[in-house]
Design a protein around this ligand. Structure first.
Ligand code: BF8
Length: 620
């Protein structure tokens, strides 16, 4: 495969030609080496849950059941529930780390962390029924932290943030029996249900998948978003730059990769310390240049306007610039092979989480209690690596692209004049035909960024506003869609709205846990119209998804009433019943369903006709 067949990101294309020339292995090479994929695994028909197997369901050879007796429906649905639970657990465990940091900050056990958004701290605490009038900020942080930690595994049988959903949506959950009870409980129960001899009815298993995903979206992820805002600031609209060109040859370059801002925010503080900047200068650099990758990059971009180097498939390519002194990682979406890639260069891969140690990385044990010293030590290690750079190996592609981010729900509301009414008015009038959350990853099964960018362009051309998170948002940024100027690519009505408000046609709403911001926005719009989320002229899409987390997001979108189109087929094709349930029958339960369409232009058609129907139903 040639570089231009692998990506539409121009800076990545240049680097890929470089890796192909130099023989440096990337995700695309490994994907090719894995071909052909096992058909039974691709269809979800293999099971290695217990020691009686492994089993594969091969109907044509009369292998209709695994050793335990599970048929195709059961094998496929159990595998899918496992996937959803893994995704929900990942988001939620990240959420717990943030909540714990908030709690420890209030207790005075996390020096270096501060309450950055006092108003939000009070607002959220009051929303959850916590008394604030007689308390200091630290005391509120302790009470809120305790309340939210309790939501992970408690006996209250309800999650505080679920009350944000419109009543009509909550009624649907109650009727379907999918109201999440607590975060850990749903994940643990999912693990219980996939044990041999427990769940044996595919529909019953999948319904629990919806409940588990709701405990992520309206639970763990929402906690991650809200508490990160309290600790590090609620994002406001800001301007920055994106693509591999943000690497600056004259500086010590450090990329921050992963997901949790409790690490990256501390690195930002340390890298601003004069002593470390002077150290960098003493080695001949002009200073320290921090750049983001993936969702940690999104967290920093949204709140601090730190330049973004790229999304999931840019993570290896940034190392091959030869100008990266350190890549600091926490957890999730970090290729385990990064130390191997880095071994061709002077780059140090620095792992920081006890949960995510990597063979070949330098490990720093980062905790809220030691965050300041550890962040300093990490930055110092990177700076001291600058003299090891091999100038002949440095190759930095073209110029970065401008983008706007920071579109938190609060920032959108403020930009609209303090109320969502103007947005509701333009949706009702048809000037904005609908809104679509485009989210998710990169996957070698889809040309890098092609799915995201093509879908977003098709949608805005049809006057549909895109709200994006994760690697989808970064793809749009690299393609220039996150600027007000991109309005010229929109349909005439959307173009006029964007011009009037000075906003981009594609709004960057944050990292993947910030899909919870999309839920809050949907809830606000639905409540203003006095309908459930399922009635809104909106949709979700994950054109290039790969991760278990993305499956959880897709599932909580659908469970919340949002029609969702996937660009990559999940491993469910081995069961017609499971496919039918998720793409048809689930609609009778939550009034929303999944569709799968790898071609983003056809996916746009599906979404447009769905939005048309929703508008008709609403009478607008
Ligand atoms: O949480 S979009 S590749 S980086 S999983 Fe990962 Fe997918 Fe990117 Fe962020 Ni989300």
């Amino acid at each position: 495969q040639k570089a231009e067949e692998r990506t539409i990101d121009n800076s990545a294309k240049e680097m890929l030609m470089h890796t192909l020339r130099e023989g440096i292995e990337t995700v695309w090479d490994r994907s090719e080496m894995q071909k052909p994929a096992c058909r039974f695994c691709s269809d979800g028909l293999s099971c290695s849950r217990c020691a009686m197997g492994p089993c594969r369901i091969i109907s044509e050879h009369h292998r209709e059941r695994g050793v335990c007796g599970a048929d195709a429906d059961l094998v496929v649905s159990r595998n899918l529930l496992d996937t959803i639970a893994t995704g929900a657990a990942s988001h939620s465990d990240h959420g717990r780390d943030i909540v714990e940091t908030l709690y420890k900050t209030g207790k005075g056990e996390a020096p270096g962390y501060l309450i950055s958004d006092e108003a939000k701290l009070k607002r959220i605490a009051e929303e959850l029924g916590i008394e604030t009038s007689q308390k200091s900020n630290d005391e509120i942080a302790v009470s809120l932290g305790y309340f939210l930690l309790d939501e992970f595994g408690m006996i209250k049988n309800s999650l505080g943030f679920c009350s944000r959903a419109p009543e009509q949506t909550r009624e649907i959950w109650e009727k379907a029996g999918i109201t999440p009870r607590s975060v850990d409980r749903e994940v643990v129960e999912a693990m219980h249900r996939v044990h041999m001899g427990v769940g044996a009815n595919y529909a019953n298993i999948l319904i629990h998948g919806l409940r588990t995903s709701l405990s992520d979206g309206w639970g763990g992820s929402m906690m991650a978003t809200e508490c990160s805002d309290i600790l590090f600031g609620t994002p406001a609209i800001n301007k920055s730059m994106v693509n591999l060109g943000v690497i600056d040859e004259d500086y010590v370059n450090i990329s921050l990769h992963g997901h949790n801002p409790m690490l990256s925010e501390m690195i930002v503080k340390a890298a601003g310390e004069q002593e470390l900047i002077d150290l960098a200068k003493s080695y001949g650099a002009k200073g320290i240049n921090l750049v983001g990758l993936c969702c940690t990059g999104n967290e920093l971009l949204m709140r601090k306007g730190i330049p973004m180097a790229g999304n999931h498939f840019n993570q290896e390519l940034i190392i091959t610039t030869g100008a990266l002194e350190a890549m600091v990682v926490d957890y999730q979406c970090i290729f385990p092979s990064l130390p191997r890639t880095a071994s061709c260069y002077h780059t140090k891969i620095i792992s920081t989480s006890d949960k995510s140690k990597m063979t070949g990385s330098y490990h720093f044990d980062f905790k809220p209690e030691n965050a300041v010293e550890t962040a300093r030590a990490i930055v110092k290690t990177a700076v001291e690596n600058y003299p090891n750079r091999i100038p002949e190996k440095v190759f930095i592609p073209g110029d970065p692209v401008e983008l706007y981010s920071g579109f938190s729900v609060e920032a959108i509301k403020e930009a609209l004049g303090g109320t969502f009414s103007p947005l509701i008015d333009v949706i009702a009038s048809g000037d904005i035909f609908g809104a679509v959350g485009v989210v998710g990853c990169n996957n070698p099964k889809i040309k890098h960024d092609y799915g995201h960018v093509t879908l977003a362009k098709e949608l805005i051309k049809n006057n549909i506003l895109c709200v994006e998170t994760g690697c989808a948002a970064i793809a749009s940024g690299k393609a220039g869609l996150l600027t007000p100027d991109a309005a010229f690519l929109g349909g005439p009505k959307l173009k006029a709205v964007c011009k009037k408000l000075g906003m981009p046609p594609v709004l960057h709403m944050g990292s993947c846990v910030d899909c919870s911001r999309i839920l809050v926005l949907l809830a606000e719009l639905a409540k203003a119209l006095n309908v459930g989320i399922d009635k809104l002229p909106v949709a979700g899409a994950a054109p290039e998804w790969y991760s278990q987390k993305a499956v959880s997001i897709g599932s909580y979108f659908v469970a919340s009433g949002v029609y969702t189109v996937l660009g990559v087929m999940p491993k469910i094709a081995g069961s017609n019943n499971v496919v039918d349930l998720l793409t048809k029958d689930v609609e009778s339960v939550v009034n929303a369903k999944f569709a799968v369409e790898p071609d983003p232009k056809l996916a746009a058609e599906l979404i447009i006709s769905h939005i048309e129907n929703k508008r008709k139903e609403l009478g607008i």
